[in-house]
Write a new protein. Sequence first.
Length: 332
Amino acid sequence: MQDSPGAVKLEKREIPVPLSISEEARAVLARMVGEDGVPFNAAYEMPQPDDHAGWMTIKAAADAHYAAALQGLAGNLRATSVPIEAGAAIVHLATPEAPFDDRYVVIDIHGGALVFGGGEACRVSACRQADQHAVRCYGVDYRMPPEHPYPAALEDCVTAYRLVLERHAPASISICGRSAGGNLAAAMLVRAREEGLPMPASLVLLSPQVDLTESGDSFRTNEMIDAVLPRSLLSNNLLYAAGAALADPLLSPLFADLREFPPTFLQSGTRDLFLSNTVRMHRALRGAGVPAELHVFEAMPHGGFMGATPEDKELDAEIRRFVRKYWPQPHL
């Protein structure tokens, strides 16, 4: 990067694991960094946008990684799921154990840098949401590049939203998007509003990838500090966009007209590469008159501390509180 006026130049320094977080969270951060002080995830280099063979290779490796990571998790799930066809996409309808509240539903849009996270990972994510909220959850297994670049994923999400609207009142629907899923959840509501579809009761954006131009401050300040997502995803973004402008509001919903959006919950962490995405989206929503809550967790990297720490449990409780607040009747 070329020097810019006012740029702060830092000498090499060590960033310790802080004592201000739980012992469990400190252990998670320590496991993600090698003895040389470099995050293990920094070893992964994304292919160039036009290297489709390279993307297929890394997608296969990512799928294998997800499968291994999900083996232990799947055994703890109580919800069951069935696949539903929604246009070109599959929607995993997850149903929690009885008793559950059948008045409300969650639409879950998975993360994965716009390229990964479909299939079994998507299904497990939907089951986790069903367990967490004790309601049915629709997990959108949207198409992804390099086989299916923009706007395929967005079209699949809108189709899935129409499907859910045919079955449930909009005031009974909450939408949750994580990382890349946060991009698609917000872009889906921009498109839905353009098409005259009603807004859901609430929106949950967890470290959302809402600016594919990566113009925010934390893309520099948290580079290599976020042990989960240490580097830019610009190559992913260009692959997804397939020549479309990255600043287009349907690719970067941070730049969209956000008026009439539902009440929104936003989460990030002080070590999250997408911290700027999240805080800027919060300010944009507030500027559009949308009720919005911002939750930034101490030392949390992208995606949280892997679900097993007090901080992760606190976040889950905050999401449950927020979602129930905006459903029209008291939750069971």
